[in-house]
Ligand binder design. Structure first.
Ligand code: CBF
Length: 838
């Protein structure tokens, strides 16, 4: 309907996007001078970063616009990925690499007087997540765009991301992370808003035409404002959208009547209450606390996202029954489960559909990913809390439960116990809504994130649902990582070396091509280059450690790394007890014996949830042990212990490529998958691990000979725990020596660490630290021996990388697309691909 002459004018003037160095420089300088109002004379690195980021943002937005148009015209089914966390890290480097213009920017910046590394380092991490779950969502966005899937992410635009961690006198201190000072990567859409209702009451009545009407009335309105973040694919012109919602008061700026009467504080109270909803990310990983504000966040985000999705669907003028042919919604954990209830509410209360027709649409639309079996992480919301905040939703939840239990009753008429076991409502005091059960009942597929984990959910926490629905509803999609960030961006030299042997960077799009490295496993020249790159990465990390911790470490030592959230089940305590054991061994050695030892640097990093006292105690112990060991002249370079402050995505990009060994040592059966294990191996590090999560599949892929496995199996955990209380059980004697050392005050105030010891000695050692201690230490001895044979070590490293093709998040996304979402990629004409490969 748009006249041709108008189209022509638009075509003529629409920006094309730079591809040359000169055009990049022009864009960068234009932004510095006009957008930022700076000049050559006061352009510091931050301004140069801003100019570069804005130039690239423009570049992305041109492709973003085209992608959105293409997706609208193609009118295909889309996937909407609902995640309360997106741990994106930095965007600039990623954008430059994905559009294939990093070299152009490097040369341009060089001419303008800046080093690209310094510019990249100016960026603040977008840290809208806690750990694995949020980072997985970020990898998935990268893969969905790279594979040209029509996909949107929906999340919250927290004003404060995960806190910044500082270490003071060995203790973790939390500092707010206000990251929005200058964020060039988002587009506020003040025209895209949704009013979201809370509280109020439900009015059910019959209207003049005799129809039953249900209306949710009064209460409080909060407005959701959209902020769009472009997500560029690698080597494609597809740029997808991540839409983050920010909350603001619906009633405008503030209450003028109150303001004029001098009641200044309550004049802004509404506004502040509304803004609180998207103010802060809850800093708990694998732990749910049942706070009202968290429930508000969840509903606010689900309601706004669904409204947006439905608005888009309605433009197609299709029948409601076609909704699942157009829309797939994936629930990243149970956090967005209220979206199920909200869609049912909209369909029956607003759109007038019959319950069953609506429910059929709902269940065909949703898929649910479970990320944990830990009981403390499974969400439950109290019925009174939901009743107060979302009265209509509670009624619908009760109805969903009723109809579900009726079908269960029909199938298992004699099993009353079954009804209470699978009920969405837990009959406790107060009653609780079991969100995982609601997610299962409201979805057509439920998946775990690694083979063992997916088996465990079927045989433990969800076993009754397997009886109810049959096994086909439950499936596995083993996690993966994007090789663009976790190899190409984090380890450019390794990526380049691989490309030189494979003939191109095609492996970044098809990671299975890495298997072409196998012939080089024993290639002398290749191994030399491989080892040099690892060494250079270790030198870089050693410099970082010197700067941040003031400790000089020897880059020739074995770098042993455990970086992840601090949690008892991940067992950083096992690691630090092992370090003390090693320390005691060194102290008791003769100088001759010491000479035979392989020097080590034990590197830790990770945040503890602010309220998780035991995890904070572990951090404290690591730091205190480091203080003593690092200055013990008997030990010297043989052992150093480093705790790296404020572990985040951009630090991971420095740490991971520098590791020789990384630790993935959770109690078997507790870590759903783990994804850092994949990142370390892809960067040529070997791993020590338990048979848990994705370690099992990594071992299967790369070969048992390339992994240092230890510890008890998941199937034995229950019996061992039982044995701790009722069997003939005693704590490992070597571990007791470690405890004696701590208790003697070697690492300062022994009382501070008492709880860590008594969890093992007096309280049943739930995480089996003692049971696994012997095999853990022996495996570390084996690592020492193996590391001495560098030649063999490097071969193992190459062989492992060559066999890592399976763990790309591209594979995951294709699996989700085929087996859960039923969506196809969109065909795209690729110009960017050519650039990215050169
Ligand atoms: O599936 C992604 C990751 O999610 C967690 O981090 C989570 O928050 N539940 C798990 O703990 C990881 O094992 C898993 O890799």
């Amino acid at each position: 309907s748009i006249p041709e002459h108008m189209r022509e004018a638009w075509r003529k003037f629409s920006p094309k996007g730079f591809t040359s160095k000169e055009d990049f420089e022009a864009e960068c300088v234009r932004h510095i001078e006009t957008t930022l109002a700076r000049s050559l004379f006061n352009c510091d690195e931050l301004a140069a970063y801003s100019g570069t980021a804005l130039a690239f943002r423009d570049r992305l937005i041109i492709d973003w616009n085209k992608t959105q148009q293409r997706q609208t015209f193609a009118d295909q089914k889309r996937i909407y990925y609902l995640s309360l966390e997106f741990l994106m890290g930095r965007a600039l480097d990623n954008a430059m690499l994905n559009v294939g213009l990093k070299n152009v920017a490097k040369q341009g910046l060089d001419e303008l007087g800046f080093r690209i590394e310094d510019i990249i380092n100016q960026e603040h991490d977008a840290a809208l997540g806690n750990g694995g779950l949020g980072r997985l969502a970020a990898c998935f966005l990268d893969s969905m765009a790279s594979l040209n899937y029509p996909a949107w992410g929906y999340g919250l635009r927290y004003r404060y991301g995960i806190f910044k961690q500082e270490i003071e006198n060995g203790y973790q201190v939390e500092i707010p992370d206000y990251w929005l000072d200058f964020n060039p990567w988002e587009f506020p859409r003040h025209d895209v808003t949704v009013d979201v209702q809370f509280f109020g009451w439900v009015n059910k009545y019959t209207d003049d035409e005799g129809k039953q009407v249900v209306s949710w009335q009064d209460g409080e309105m909060v407005t959701a404002v959209a902020y769009d973040v472009p997500v560029p694919g690698y080597g494609t012109s597809t740029v997808n959208n991540l839409r983050l919602w920010s909350s603001k008061a619906s009633s405008g700026e503030f209450d003028f009547a109150k303001f004029n009467s001098g009641d200044y504080e309550s004049a802004v109270a509404d506004q502040q209450r509304a803004e609180t909803i998207s103010a802060v990310l809850y800093p708990n990983d694998n732990l749910e606390r049942g706070k009202e504000l968290r429930l508000k966040q969840q509903y606010f985000w689900c309601a706004a996202s669904l409204h947006d999705i439905i608005r888009r669907f309605k433009k197609t003028q299709r029948k409601w029954s076609e909704f699942p042919d157009q829309v797939a919604i994936q629930l990243n954990d149970t956090h967005p489960t209220l979206a199920i209830v909200e869609l049912q509410r909209i369909l029956i209360d607003k759109e007038g559909l019959e319950w069953n027709a609506a429910w059929d649409i709902v269940t065909k639309t949703f898929g649910y990913t479970n990320h944990t079996v830990l009981p403390e992480a499974l969400e439950k919301w109290s019925v009174p809390l939901i009743q107060n905040l979302l009265p209509r939703h509670l009624q619908i939840i009760y109805d969903i439960n009723l109809f579900f239990l009726q079908t269960v009753e029909r199938r298992f008429p004699k099993d009353r116990e079954m009804l209470s076991r699978v009920s969405i409502i837990e009959e406790s005091n107060p009653k609780m809504v079991r969100m995982a059960y609601l997610a299962i009942v409201g979805s057509h597929k439920v998946n775990g994130v690694a083979e063992l984990h997916s088996d465990l959910i079927k045989t433990t926490i969800f076993k009754d649902f397997v009886k109810v629905y049959g096994p086909d509803k439950f499936t596995n999609v083993t996690n993966g990582i994007t090789p663009r960030r976790w190899l190409h961006q984090a380890n450019p030299r390794l990526s380049e070396l691989i490309a030189s042997k494979l003939g191109s960077y095609e492996f970044l799009k098809d990671l299975t091509l890495l298997n072409k490295l196998e012939p080089f496993v024993d290639d002398k020249e290749f191994k030399k280059e491989w080892a040099e790159i690892k060494y250079a990465n270790k030198v870089r990390l050693a410099q970082h450690i010197l700067k941040s911790n003031g400790v000089s470490v020897n880059p020739k030592a074995l770098f042993d790394v455990q970086v992840k959230r601090i949690h008892e089940y991940k067992r950083q305590q096992l690691n630090i007890f092992g370090v003390i054991h090693r320390y005691l061994a060194i102290k008791s050695m003769t100088p001759e014996e010491r000479k035979k030892l392989a020097p080590r640097v034990s590197i830790f990093g990770g945040k503890a949830a602010p309220g998780y006292w035991m995890a904070k105690t572990i951090i404290h112990l690591i730091n205190k042990v480091g203080e003593v060991i690092n200055k013990d002249p008997d030990v010297g370079d043989l052992l150093k212990v480093i705790f790296l402050e404020d572990y985040n995505v951009s630090k991971a990009e420095i740490i991971i490529p520098a590791s020789d060994i990384s630790e993935h040592i959770s109690t078997a059966g507790t870590e759903a998958s783990g994804t850092s294990n994949m990142k370390f191996v892809l960067n040529g590090g070997l791993v020590i691990g338990t048979l848990d999560g994705a370690n099992i599949e990594i071992t299967r892929e790369i070969g048992e000979e390339n992994v240092f496995l230890f510890g008890n199996l998941a199937e034995d955990v229950e019996d061992l725990r039982h044995n701790h209380f009722y069997g003939d059980y005693s704590v490992n004697p070597e571990l007791l020596k470690v405890f004696e050392c701590i208790k003697s005050g070697t690492f300062g105030d022994e009382a501070a660490f008492g709880a860590l010891i008594s969890a093992i000695v007096d309280h049943g050692d739930y995480y089996l630290v003692s049971d696994d201690f012997d095999s853990y230490c022996k495996t570390h001895d084996l690592i020492d021996e193996s590391y001495k044979n560098q030649d063999k070590w490097v071969s193992k490293s190459i062989q492992s990388v060559a066999r890592m093709g399976f763990f790309t998040s591209d594979r995951c996304i294709n699996e989700y697309a085929d087996s859960i979402w039923n969506i196809e990629p969109l065909a795209v004409k690729e110009e960017a691909e050519v650039r990215a490969r050169t």
